[in-house]
Design a protein. Structure first.
Length: 442
């Protein structure tokens, strides 16, 4: 009875939030396809293609929120399929449109769909259609209604690559009486680190279902080449390449966005006649336009224009290429592979950072700001091996970029140490698959 009342209040609150925010969302849907994408699926409409993909087979449902989680899930899904055998189907849901696009590239499109809104009718529609033997959530996407409905249907829930950021931990401790009940509905947590495991238990997860197995992102092997990466390398014509990946917008306490800070640091390297080409890869596609306006004063190119170009190089009269705006989805990991130096964004502003392993796996020296809470364990291992350079601000960033571009011996050694960290920490995917198979076949 108590659970019924709590969920009724939760659903009412969620509906109120949607109603109050309806004008905003209607405007965004009218002006941006990103907000219209998958609306029917989010409201519980299960596609015929998805039903056909699972017909006659037992199902494991894997949910990956966005691009990073899809990348981490790619190898997990492949190994889980191999371990379970032909009688099983693995379906993949995402929350964001960018995650959906990448998932459709990585998996058969018919088994990829948008995660439903956390209302009973939407959740139940998918549980009835799929009848999953297990729900696997990547990292930290926990929705109360989904957990309650899985519990009622006897569907075990596992969280893989679980992590707890500083912000989430602080909030979780303050609301332990409530949040602990949510965590208690999860039957298996496979945490990225011992620290994440400890935090989960402190927040209310049952200690007996929490295990630290390592980070699946150590096992992500990016393609060593892509057409976009090849074209960037060709356009650079032997000049050094700086890749600034997953850059984010200005935060309330900042004067500049990371793209603007990166451009200023890059201009400092030009004053040293280093001639570097700068590749800017904004984290969110909706920022592509605003970043383009920032780079418009330079000789720049958009990667999306190159993909379908018949002639190469496009617009040869434009002058010597200075900046590439990477406005395509799914190419960043491979583009890191052609970099001489990589800056990993979300770190010069307070956003918790992004994954430094993506460039490290190629032996590329990694530079980040001081905000890397989301990847503290990974960064800590890289710092221990002197495979990482931290910077305080745009001036410090400029100094470090110039140092790494001029001292190639130091840069190469640092990059190789980063690659060694990446290789030494692999194996979490195999441990996750073993635990999931044991859980689903119990």
């Amino acid at each position: 009875m108590v659970q019924f009342v709590v969920m009724a209040l939760y659903s009412a609150l969620l509906m109120a939030v949607l109603v109050v925010g309806a004008p905003y969302w209607l405007v965004r849907m009218a002006t941006s396809g990103r907000y219209r994408a998958g609306l029917g699926q989010r409201l519980g409409r299960v596609s015929a293609e998805l039903c056909a993909a699972v017909a006659g087979r037992q199902v494991v449902w894997v949910h990956a929120v966005s691009v990073g989680e899809v990348l981490a899930a790619t190898r997990l899904v492949a190994e889980l399929e191999a371990a379970l055998g032909a009688g099983w189907a693995i379906v993949v849901s995402t929350t964001t449109a960018t995650g959906q696009a990448l998932a459709r590239e990585r998996f058969e499109a018919g088994r990829v769909f948008f995660y439903p809104l956390d209302f009973a009718w939407a959740v139940r529609a998918y549980l009835r259609a799929l009848q999953p033997k297990m729900l696997v959530l990547m990292e930290s996407e926990l929705w109360p209604r989904m957990l309650v409905e899985c519990g009622r249907a006897g569907i075990p829930v596992a969280v893989v690559n679980a992590r707890v950021s500083d912000r989430s931990f602080a909030r979780g401790l303050k609301m332990r009486a409530v949040w602990g009940k949510v965590l208690g509905m999860v039957g298996l947590f496979l945490a990225q680190s011992e620290e994440d495991a400890r935090r989960l238990v402190e927040m209310g997860a049952r200690a007996e279902v929490v295990r630290a197995i390592g980070n699946l992102k150590y096992d992500v092997r990016a393609a060593k080449a892509s057409r976009v990466a090849e074209l960037i390398l060709e356009a650079a014509a032997g000049r050094p390449i700086i890749v600034a990946g997953s850059t984010v917008e200005r935060q309330p306490d900042d004067r500049l966005s990371e793209d603007e800070m990166m451009i200023q640091a890059w201009k400092g390297s030009l004053r040293r006649d280093l001639g570097a080409v700068l590749v800017l890869a904004p984290r969110h596609p909706e920022r592509f336009g605003s970043v383009e306006s920032v780079v418009s004063e330079f000789c720049y190119a958009k990667a999306s224009d190159w993909v379908g170009a018949k002639d190469w190089p496009p617009n040869p009269a434009a002058g010597r290429l200075e900046i590439v705006l990477l406005d395509t989805i799914g190419d960043l990991a491979a583009v890191y592979g052609v970099a001489d130096v990589a800056f990993v964004g979300g770190s010069l502003v307070k956003r918790g950072g992004h994954n430094p392993l993506e460039p490290a796996q190629f032996g590329v020296p990694v530079v980040m700001g001081r905000s890397y809470e989301n990847f503290r364990d990974i960064v800590g291992k890289m710092q221990d091996e002197y495979a990482f350079r931290g910077v305080r601000d745009k001036d410090d960033l400029e100094r470090v970029l110039i140092e790494l571009l001029t001292d190639r011996r130091q840069a190469k050694a640092m990059g190789e140490r980063g690659r060694a960290v990446f290789e030494a920490q692999s194996g979490a995917t195999g441990r996750a698959v073993e635990a999931l198979v044991a859980k689903v076949k119990r």
